[in-house]
Write a protein that binds this ligand. Structure first.
Ligand code: ZN
Length: 150
């Protein structure tokens, strides 16, 4: 069972109480690091400046690790953006090809209706209106997209 040990801080001489099972503590008055050797009040004075130096080194290591992690994250982000841009470009190209195909098909269908290619008068009219609709469809889609992106 741990018992309380009373000791004086070697730096500021303040009276401190500590559990006997602990082997180090910091003075609550001046921040001095104190090592407890053995079970008894054998106090080893640890230089404050040395403690500060250790902390600084640890901090530097942390900063370097954070920098590396940040750089890695940046590389990941850039490659992700590149992939996203490439797939967007591919999708855009596919869309343009599809729209050109629609316009050509629409114009052909409209022309066929105009020139009376179909035997039936109704069929010619249907071909004309359907053709015009198909021709206008890409323009409608384009207009909607422009409006939405604003
Ligand atoms: Zn102290």
């Amino acid at each position: 069972m741990p018992k309380l040990i009373k000791l004086n801080c070697p730096n500021c001489n303040a009276v401190l109480e500590v559990d006997s099972d602990r082997n180090q503590l910091f003075c609550s008055y001046c921040g001095q690091k104190i090592l407890l050797v053995d079970d008894e009040v054998k106090v080893v004075n640890v230089n404050i400046r040395k403690t500060v130096n250790v902390n600084k080194t640890v901090k530097n290591v942390n900063v370097d690790e954070a920098g590396v992690k940040k750089a890695e994250a940046e590389i990941r982000r850039v490659s992700f953006e590149e992939k996203k841009y490439a797939s967007e470009l591919r999708r855009k190209n596919t869309k343009i090809v599809f729209m050109i195909f629609l316009v050509i098909a629409g114009v052909l269908l409209t022309t066929s209706g105009f020139s009376g290619l179909w035997n039936d008068k109704n069929a010619n009219e249907i071909a004309m209106s359907l053709g015009m609709f198909i021709t206008l469809l890409p323009f409608l889609a384009w207009m909607i997209e422009v409006k939405r992106s604003r």
